[in-house]
Design a protein around this ligand. Sequence first.
Ligand SMILES: [Zn+2]
Length: 159
Amino acid sequence: MNFIADSMLGNLVRWLRLLGYDTLYFRNVEDWKLLEMAKGDGRILLTKDLALYRKALKKGVTSVYIESSNVAEALALIAKKLGIRLRFDGDNTRCPLCNTLLMIIPKAEALHLISPEVSRKYDVFWRCPKCLKVFWQGNHWSTIEKILEEANTLVGCGH
Ligand SMILES: [Zn+2]
């Protein structure tokens, strides 16, 4: 399942990429262009704009209207509507910046790209083959897990 999101959903986009979903995002893009890309590419349009949502439905583009600014609620809504899985899978995760599938790299390969402190604390590293950025499950990881748990709970309890 592939997505395209409107410019108001930058935060949600990073989450979907983390979860491995191919998600296009542009900071500045006109509505007609979003609709055209969604249709041409068979992508599901995620939008915070009710007018755009209605336009999408009229054009036969599958769309989810994201009312909430809370990312756990937004993820839960998408999961309920489309049945996506809200679990992190290290073999299927995408660059939050450019949407490219990340590759797990050996620690030795990451060493010259990270600080000594990071290398002391972490053993698993990912690298984006396109923008070459290196990622690891840093201090913020527990927050990520908490939010995913919260989203999965919301999916389960029918809100
Ligand atoms: Zn990248």
